[in-house]
Design a binder for this molecule. Structure first.
Ligand SMILES: Nc1ncnc2c1ncn2[C@@H]1O[C@H](COP(=O)(O)OP(=O)(O)OP(=O)(O)O)[C@@H](O)[C@H]1O
Length: 250
């Protein structure tokens, strides 16, 4: 069974149909890319999956369960966790503190849990924060303030914060934007490790080279609809994909 499936998902903003009857599925344990020219509806579709928007029509399912009407936080509790385009970090906190905060996102009432947390659960949280920093190769930077990290490191921290919420399905919005080539390689390697450890990843990404190297399956959007879907090789060879990109450039 797919971990995520969309059925005829549609979103209109007034008269503008940003996403039009989008239907596709994401297989568990895959890295699934969403691409398309500017204005194709990628960001809107992403927001429909995460629950930031409600569709005008259609259905979103997680493990076959209809989640169309669930809030973002209810989806997060079911393991559907997103990161944001750009970085949303507590810039005055350290790497470690940011990750510890990410763990609180799991619980329903973070601030009271924080205040009333038992010493045992606090120390187990610290252990898990250490494991996540190790995973994201951020351990050496644990005491560095988020604002003092490089742009690429901040984006990796953003993903580490999302990992702290124990995602089964991780949604990444343009994670490679603004990264150097070596940062891209390191992040691609981290995403492959996340997949190996059993999570599924859906990413919206403009960087074609990286998408083609990294994704198992790619869904191409154009004018809000699914133009085609397939392996990177199939998508690369699809004549209409090239035409859609050239059309948008013109
Ligand atoms: N909140 C909104 N209100 C009105 N129109 C919107 C809104 N959000 C998006 N749109 C429109 O919907 C269409 C799809 O936009 P969207 O941002 O989803 O595309 P995209 O593929 O993510 O584009 P880009 O690659 O440029 O980020 C565009 O025509 C956009 O102007």
């Amino acid at each position: 069974m797919p971990i995520l499936s969309l059925h005829e998902v549609t979103k209109a903003f007034g008269g503008l149909v940003a996403v039009n009857r989008a239907t596709f599925s994401v297989e568990p344990g895959s890295i699934h890319g969403l691409i398309g020219p500017n204005g194709a509806g990628k960001t809107t579709l992403f927001s429909l999956i995460t629950g930031f928007y409600r569709p005008t029509m259609g259905r979103v399912e997680l493990d076959g369960e209809d989640i169309t009407r669930l809030s973002t936080s209810a989806r997060a509790r079911k393991g559907l966790v997103r990161t944001f385009q750009g970085t949303v970090l507590f810039s005055d906190l350290t790497v470690e503190e940011n990750i510890a905060n990410g763990m609180l996102a799991e619980s329903s009432s973070p601030w009271t849990d924080w205040l009333f947390e038992s010493p045992a659960s606090r120390s187990s949280r610290q252990e898990r924060a250490a494991a996540i920093m190790d995973y994201a190769r951020l351990s050496d930077l644990r005491n560095v303030g988020a604002k003092d990290l490089s742009h690429g490191q901040q984006r990796v921290l953003g993903i580490a914060i999302a990992l702290a919420a124990k995602p089964r399905l991780l949604l990444l919005d343009e994670p490679f934007t603004g990264m150097t080539a070596s940062e891209k390689n390191r992040l691609a390697e981290m995403l492959r490790r996340i997949r190996e450890d059993g999570a599924t990843i859906v990413l919206v990404e403009h960087d074609m080279r990286t998408v083609m190297r990294l994704c198992d399956v790619i869904t191409v959007l154009n004018f809000g609809s699914v133009l085609t879907e397939g392996t990177p090789e199939q998508v690369r060879r699809h004549p209409e994909v090239m035409a859609a990109y050239l059309g948008s450039a013109a």
